[in-house]
Ligand binder design. Structure first.
Ligand code: ADP
Ligand code: MG
Length: 332
């Protein structure tokens, strides 16, 4: 079974950034208000995610490391998923290929507990010191699967991917504070990214957070987007054509609060800006598409960055028309 877990692990955790994504999503699911991420050597030797969420009770610590033990849905409601996690795969997958330490103090509990998992071997919970919330420490990711270690890129490239992952999740949750610290083998972590929890209504909070993540210039050039069609609701910001970029790096789509990677967005943006931008320029836009869960399938891939719309044409049409409308208004 341990070998099976190591194989399955590769589907959920491809690289340090995918482990960071899973751990930060768990912190968000736990209602954290502050999430601190520290990594060393591009996440290869250390990933630590600390949160102030609701924590894990002592008798559930081991369960959290066991396969397909999710506390988030009961299995009868796979289509109605509002939390990030639902498969109960991330912690066991990471634990199967690394040295994982899970330390947590549940809300209201006066003690914290720690459990260690090394290459799939789960230890017994031990008393620990920890404020309310959870810290997951992952050391030597993939030490138990040397073949996978070989596919990792340079520390610098892995750190870049981690930074993008944290920033994307920070855009999705402006009410939550984030820090990312990065270190070499023995040195103190350098602060790479910081976003304090944003106050106020969602519109203001989002704009302030996008200004933190993408720069004040994006926020200053951003047109607010708000549109609805056939049960799909689109909000967010699209930049004026003058703020276009040479790459698509500033294009972000969130579906029901999840960052997704989908060709749909690039295509819709190209169509919306077609009269305004040459093909070598990419407009910047951060869009949030919300729809009833049954209209979209997030279960396509274990890492859950891909979605499949039941009617992709409706989503695409909504984005194109909303952006064209906003651009036309701005051009007046
Ligand atoms: P999933 O998120 O799909 O439920 P995971 O393997 O990511 O599965 O996590 C397993 C379980 O561990 C979660 O269902 C949750 O109960 C618990 N858990 C993991 N991380 C945290 C955290 N940071 N705070 C509170 N509970 C957590
Ligand atoms: Mg999870």
């Amino acid at each position: 079974e341990a070998a099976q877990n190591r194989i399955a692990a590769g589907e959920v955790v491809e690289r340090p950034a995918s482990a960071v994504k899973e751990l930060v999503e768990n912190a968000l699911d736990a209602g954290a208000r502050r999430i601190e991420v520290s990594v060393a050597d591009g996440g290869k030797t250390l990933i630590r995610v600390h949160d102030d969420g609701h924590g894990i009770a002592q008798d559930e610590l081991a369960l959290a490391l066991e396969r397909h033990a999710t506390s988030k849905i009961d299995g009868s409601d796979l289509l109605n998923i509002s939390s990030f996690g639902f498969r109960g795969e991330a912690l066991p997958s990471i634990g199967a290929v690394a040295r994982l330490t899970l330390t947590s103090r549940a809300a209201g509990a006066d003690e914290a507990w720690r459990i260690v998992c090394v290459a799939g071997e789960i230890g017994r919970p031990q008393p620990a010191a920890h404020p309310p919330g959870t810290t997951v420490e992952v050391r030597d990711l993939f030490f138990a699967t040397p073949a996978r270690l070989k596919f990792l890129r340079t520390d610098r490239a892995e750190l870049q991917a981690i930074s993008e992952t944290v920033k994307k999740l920070a855009m999705a949750a402006p009410e939550v504070g984030f820090t990312l610290r990065a270190a070499g083998p023995e040195q103190e972590g350098r602060l790479m990214f910081r976003a304090d929890p944003e106050q106020g209504d969602l519109f203001d909070a989002r704009l302030a957070r996008l200004s933190q993540v993408l720069g004040a210039e994006f926020a200053q050039n951003a047109l607010p987007i708000e549109a609805e069609r056939e049960g799909l609701r689109l909000t967010g910001f699209a930049a004026l054509p003058t703020f276009s970029r040479g790459s698509a790096a500033a294009q972000h789509l969130f579906v029901n609060g999840r960052p997704v990677r989908d060709k749909l967005l690039a295509g819709a943006l190209r169509a919306a800006y077609s009269d305004l931008l040459g093909r070598d320029r990419h407009p910047a836009a951060v869009l949030f598409l919300d729809c009833p869960p049954e209209r979209v399938d997030v279960n396509v891939h274990p890492a859950k960055t891909e979605v499949r719309f039941r009617e992709p044409g409706v989503a695409r049409g909504l984005i194109v028309s909303a952006l064209r409308h906003a651009l036309a208004e701005a051009g007046r």
